[in-house]
Ligand binder design. Structure first.
Ligand code: SAH
Length: 221
């Protein structure tokens, strides 16, 4: 899936990625599909060059515009939740950022639709993921709180920025039996939640405390 030729992916990166995956296992990530794609995906391409040597540490890193690429543990945990019940076909991600989470998901599900509100991040991630060779990721510059109406319904919706309350429009774009996975709450008091759509009802479970950048309204260039 990933065309790594010419992108400077050396042995050192493979060894550091192996160490990252061992650490993810110690942190409780068990899904072999998630561990396998995180072992082979060159995370250092998704951060600024000056930070490339820190790309495999278990930490969030700045990607510009006050935004961050989530720490590897969180990317792995959310991906595991995406696959938990069944392998979804269509996934909507709100908050493309660096494109790393989209790149991981695109290797685990059929199609990824990803939405970003900051113009330069949207362009950079689109360019990189195209260069690396992904054909099943669709990009849109938009306020993700409105979802992606033309492509609904989605089997799974993943938010990588935290709303204080889940936007109701996103719930309506879930397929029956679908799930929304999101950090919810104000800065300093957020929890990762899974909301299941069952018939006309929603069932909510709290996974664990997390720390994400806030979901913001409108576009930013
Ligand atoms: N998934 C990203 C995480 C980036 S941080 C990665 O792997 O790098 C969260 C991103 O959500 C930021 O880029 C931020 O600009 C974006 N975001 C915040 N509010 C948004 C909204 N309403 N619609 C779309 N994107 C949003």
């Amino acid at each position: 899936m990933i065309n790594a030729s010419g992108l400077g992916i050396g042995m050192t990166s493979q060894r550091t990625r192996d160490r990252m995956v061992n650490r993810l296992r110690e942190q409780g990530i068990h899904d072999p599909r998630v561990l396998a794609v995180m072992r082979t995906t060159p995370r250092h391409l998704f951060v600024e060059e000056a930070l490339a040597s820190r790309a495999y540490e278990d930490t969030a890193l700045p990607i510009g515009f006050g935004q961050t690429i989530s720490r590897p543990y969180i990317v792995a945990r959310m991906s595991e939740l995406v696959l938990e019940e069944h392998r979804p076909g269509k996934v909507l991600e709100v908050g493309t950022g660096s494109g790393y989470q989209a790149a991981i998901l695109a290797q685990l599900v059929s199609r990824v639709y990803t939405v970003e509100r900051i113009g330069p991040l949207f362009e950079k991630a689109g360019r990189l993921l195209h260069e690396v060779g992904f054909k099943n990721i669709h990009f849109r510059l938009s306020d993700g709180a409105w979802g992606w109406l033309e492509e609904k319904p989605f089997d799974t919706i993943v938010l990588t920025a935290a709303p204080e309350d889940v936007p109701s429009e996103l719930l309506t774009q879930l397929a029956p039996g679908g799930r929304l996975i999101a950090p919810v709450g104000p800065p300093g008091n957020q929890h990762l939640m899974v909301i299941h759509k069952e018939g006309g009802r929603y069932r909510q479970s709290v996974i664990e405390p997390v720390s994400f950048v806030p979901l913001r309204p409108g576009l930013e260039s």
